[in-house]
Structures are given as structure tokens and as C-alpha cells.
Design a protein around this ligand. Structure first.
Ligand code: DGJ
Length: 538
């Protein structure tokens, strides 16, 4: 049995076990935090979410045959897919669970976990997935008002009627999951999709104006150490901060009501600013969403939302690292709910999982024929899927182990840089040791790294014990050395290739020596796990 087969067998075993047990004895998925590090637990064990998100309109049973083969080829263990308010409640008060039921049954049959994306009041900030009876009745379901008094395209976060209607539908969904998904095929729920508003930074409806003139509400003021009316408390960020509070409060109430029925972990996804840091004009991004400028407000307000995750469609190396570092916080597990599916994005899996990401998910991974180029790939074909299969097949067999090491803060990862100043090189500091990761060298000899023909390299390291490291990667060379160049003695390294058995025991298949170690550890397109032991001879 190969690594992949044994993993599938283990997953199938876990799924069988889950369905055989009475509902209450299957532990709910949860996010655990220790010393500022995080891990997602599924079935009571750490679980690395190797995700694929389907295209928006693949949320109908007829499309699922275009979805599963792509996930299988990629080695994804989790499908993210929408459940739209318009399909769940096509007429007010009449709920239709046919889609959810088909999805649950097929996901189980295909050994996949699910992340449900609740497309409700907001999908990419607009109301497109709200049912017609909501969209067509602007009196009952009012839109925001722009600064000049004109109606906005977006629904208002100050409408109690809209909030109650969305909440009722979401609670119906969570009730259905409580009753029909005792084994937790669904492990996470996304509440709304890319909230915020483009063009105008906030709502100017009468209710909004009144709230804007009032002091920042107590709990939020205390958490963010700001007080007084919004304009005073937040200065030039007041409109954005106020809008973030208004939307976060709305989304939080929906999440809280859903969790009261079935307390699955819940998250929100962020349409991002152009860059992770530095002030940016709210007219240039979805103001009020959980993007970097709104993140603190979201964390302070939406306390029933476990995680805010970045949707990263910016291929620039420095920006990508900036977004990962912005969303990886002691109070926020790093989770990338969407990222571009063009091949150069595949290498970012190493930087994300190395930073302890609980999950990472390329978007648009189905064979429906749609491709969101230029955000992502021009075409989703086998070759494209295979570029993501490489990191996923490396991390796949570690899905129950890697997050354990990440929770202890013992994982690191880098991706191939494109910034010329980086000179095709990254360094990982490991205390007494450091690892240089270089890109674009032959496996033999030590010429200067030139970078891969297209950026495709990455490497990740986990510390298993002092001086003992697990190394995996793609299209990269990893070279260990002592951190202190003046340290006495010579480094002796022992390198084994192998795998972990079902009990997490290392099973060596061979020792790497000679050409295979003389010029560093050369990682290619092979699925290889290496265990490196470093010692100083005196
Ligand atoms: C981000 C959204 O969250 C997705 O649903 C999708 O619309 C992509 N943008 C673009 O393909």
C-alpha cells in the first residue's frame, strides 16, 4: 500500500468509525490555541485542512461529478462549497435541504470533509445570493444609503428585518447539520462571503447616522482602547471602523445563533487590500470587511467568529508573506480560505503550513469549465491540478501530525521568492541550527541559485526533537548549518527518507548519503519525507 492509499484507508476507517458511534460521542471540530499557536481538531485529533474551493455556481448536485475527481487528483481532504440562501429558502419560510443532503452523502462517499460557505446577505459585498423575495423588496430589506443620499448596491447592516431573516435561514441550516451530520462531515462554516462595501466607506441610513454620532459601544471601546464618538475615537479611519463594527456585529449575531444549535467553528473571509500593511484609502477596498484595516475591529466585535481568513489573489511574494503574517496572530489562527489557483500559487502552501496555517485552499478547483483568470489559472486541467498535488501529497500523510507540531510552535516554511534582493534564497532560523533554502540549482554541485524557470519552490521543516527535523519540499535545496559560525566541531548529519505509520512512528526506507547529501538536500517533484539528525563532533 502506498502512502496515499494508506492515508485514504485511515480516513475511510475514521469515517466508518464516525458513522458507527452515537451522535454525542463524536467530538465536535474545534480550534485549539496554546501559547499563541493554533490547530484545528477534527474527531478529537489535529487535522490539517488541505482544501479545494469549488467555483461559485458548482453548488448544485449536477456539478458534483466535476468536483470530486479534481479533489482526488489534488489530494485535497476538504471541499469548500457554497450553500446559498436563495437555494435554501427559495420562498420565505420554505426550506429546501436537497442540496445539503446530496452534498453530505457524496462527501462521505468520497472521503472528504466539508466547509460550507453561507452565501447570505453578503456575497462579495453584494446581495446576489439572497433570495428573490429579499432582493425585490427594498422596503422590507433596505439597502445602505451613500453619503449623497443615493441607495447603495449593498444591503444595510442596520436592518433588523434583514438580519432576522438571514439568521432564521442560517439557524435552519445549522439545525439540519445538527440532525443530519452527527459525524461532522462539515468541519467549518463560513458566515457570509467577503463582506464590506466598495466605493463608499459606510452606511449613511438614518439608523447608521444615529449610531455613528453615539459613543463607540462599551465592550468594543474597552477592547480597542478607544472611546467617545466614532469620528473622535478613530479619526481618519472612523468611517471604515464604524462600518466594520456594524457588519461584524450583524455577522456575529448570525454566527452566535447558529452556534447555539451546533457549535461548529465559524470563520469569515476577507477581500483584501492591495497590501498587507500601510494605510490605504477605504475607497480602494471593501471597507468594513475583515481586511487588514478592519481586522482589529472584527476581532473585538465578532467574538463568536473563531477566525478571519485572507482570500489571497495577490501573487506578489512580499505581499503574500505580508498577508500570512498579518492574519497569523495569537488571537487568530492562520487559515487561507481562498487563494489563486494559478500554478505559481502552489508553492505558497509551504510558507502557509510552515507558519502553522490550519488550512489552505486554492479557489476554483473543479472541472466545470470555468476559470477566473487573471485572478487564477487560465485553465483548470490535469497539469494545473498536479502543481497543487505536489504540496498536498507531501502534507497529506502528515494531516494528523503536522498540526500537532504547529500547535507546539515547531514548524517553519518558506516559498520561492521573486524579489531580486532575495537572490533566490530564504533562511529558516531553528535556534542552534539554520537552514538555507535555495532555488534553481542542479542537484549536483554548488553553482549560484538562479531560481526555478517559473516560481515553484518551497520547503517546510518541523522539529521532532532537539537536533531532529522533518524536511519536505519541492524544487528547492535545503542546507543545514550551525547558527553560530564560530561554534566548535564539525556537523555530522544523518538523513533518512521514510514515512510515518498509522501510529505516528517513523518508518525509514533508506539513508541518504554521498551525492544525495554532498550538496544539500535536493527536493524535486518527488513526494519524499526526510528526517535529518544533526550533531556536532568534537
Ligand atoms: C473571491 C470570492 O470570495 C469568490 O467567491 C470568488 O468570487 C472569487 N473572489 C473570484 O473568483
Amino acid at each position: 500500500m502506498g502512502m496515499r492509499q494508506s492515508r485514504l484507508a485511515a480516513l475511510a476507517g475514521a469515517a466508518l468509525l464516525a458513522t458507527a458511534l452515537p451522535a454525542q460521542s463524536v467530538p465536535l471540530p474545534r480550534i485549539e490555541t496554546r501559547d499563541g499557536h493554533h490547530a484545528l481538531f477534527v474527531d478529537g485529533q489535529p487535522f490539517l485542512l488541505l482544501g479545494a474551493q469549488a467555483n461559485n455556481s458548482s453548488n448544485y448536485p449536477a456539478m458534483l461529478p466535476t468536483v470530486w475527481p479534481v479533489l482526488d487528483r489534488m489530494g485535497a481532504n476538504t471541499l469548500e462549497i457554497p450553500v446559498a440562501w436563495e437555494q435554501l429558502e427559495p420562498e420565505e419560510g420554505r426550506f429546501d435541504f436537497a442540496w445539503v443532503d446530496t452534498l453530505l452523502a457524496e462527501a462521505r462517499a468520497h472521503d472528504k470533509r466539508l466547509v460550507l460557505l453561507w452565501f447570505g446577505t453578503w456575497k462579495n459585498t453584494g446581495p446576489g445570493y439572497a433570495p428573490a423575495w429579499v432582493q425585490l423588496d427594498r422596503k422590507r430589506f433596505p439597502h445602505m444609503v451613500e453619503a449623497d443620499g443615493k441607495p447603495s448596491y449593498a444591503l444595510s447592516p442596520f436592518s433588523r428585518t434583514t438580519l432576522d431573516a438571514d439568521k432564521r435561514a442560517f439557524v435552519a441550516l445549522m439545525t439540519h447539520l445538527r440532525d443530519k451530520d452527527p459525524g461532522n462531515t462539515v468541519i467549518l462554516v463560513q458566515v457570509e462571503n467577503e463582506t464590506g462595501t466598495y466605493h463608499g466607506p459606510r452606511d449613511h441610513s438614518p439608523a447608521a447616522e444615529k449610531a455613528f454620532a453615539a459613543p463607540v459601544p462599551g465592550p468594543v471601546a474597552a477592547r480597542l482602547h478607544r472611546s467617545g464618538p466614532w469620528a473622535q475615537a478613530f479619526g481618519r479611519d472612523a468611517d471604515m471602523a464604524f462600518h466594520a463594527w456594524a457588519i461584524a456585529r450583524y455577522v456575529d449575531e448570525i454566527a452566535a445563533a447558529g452556534k447555539a444549535v451546533k457549535p461548529l467553528p465559524m470563520y469569515v473571509n476577507a477581500a483584501l487590500t492591495a497590501h498587507a500593511t500601510g494605510w490605504q484609502d477605504p475607497a480602494t477596498y471593501a471597507s468594513g470587511g475583515p481586511s487588514p484595516p478592519g481586522l482589529d475591529m472584527w476581532k473585538a466585535t465578532a467574538t463568536h467568529i473563531d477566525v478571519a481568513g485572507p482570500d489571497i489573489y495577490n501573487p506578489d511574494f512580499t505581499d503574500y508573506m505580508g498577508f500570512l503574517d498579518t492574519y497569523r496572530r495569537p488571537d487568530n489562527a492562520l487559515f487561507v480560505p481562498e487563494t489563486g489557483n494559478a500554478a505559481p500559487y502552489a508553492r505558497y502552501a509551504f510558507a502557509a503550513f510552515g507558519r502553522g496555517a490550519i488550512g489552505w485552499t486554492p479557489f476554483g478547483m473543479d472541472a466545470s469549465g470555468y476559470a477566473n483568470f487573471p485572478l487564477g489559472a487560465e485553465k483548470v486541467d490535469d497539469a494545473l491540478v498536479d502543481s497543487f498535488a505536489l504540496p498536498f501529497h507531501l502534507f497529506g500523510p502528515l494531516a494528523r501530525l503536522w498540526p500537532r507540531w504547529a500547535l507546539a510552535g515547531k514548524t517553519w516554511g518558506v516559498s520561492e521568492p521573486t524579489d531580486p534582493a532575495a537572490r533566490h534564497r530564504q533562511e529558516i532560523a531553528l535556534g542552534p541550527w539554520k537552514a538555507a533554502v535555495t532555488f534553481g540549482q542542479p542537484q549536483f554541485g554548488t553553482p549560484e541559485p538562479t531560481g526555478n524557470p517559473t516560481p515553484s519552490g518551497g520547503a517546510a521543516i518541523a522539529e521532532l526533537a532537539p537536533g531532529e527535523y522533518l524536511v519536505l519540499g519541492a524544487h528547492a535545496r535545503v542546507t543545514f548549518s550551525p547558527t553560530d559560525p564560530a561554534a566548535d566541531g564539525l556537523t555530522v548529519s544523518h538523513v533518512e527518507e521514510g514515512r510515518f505509520d498509522a501510529d505516528g512512528r517513523w518508518m525509514m526506507s533508506r539513508v541518504w548519503n554521498g551525492d544525495q547529501t554532498d550538496y544539500g538536500l535536493n527536493l524535486t517533484d518527488r513526494v519524499q519525507l526526510l528526517k535529518v539528525t544533526l550533531k556536532r563532533a568534537r
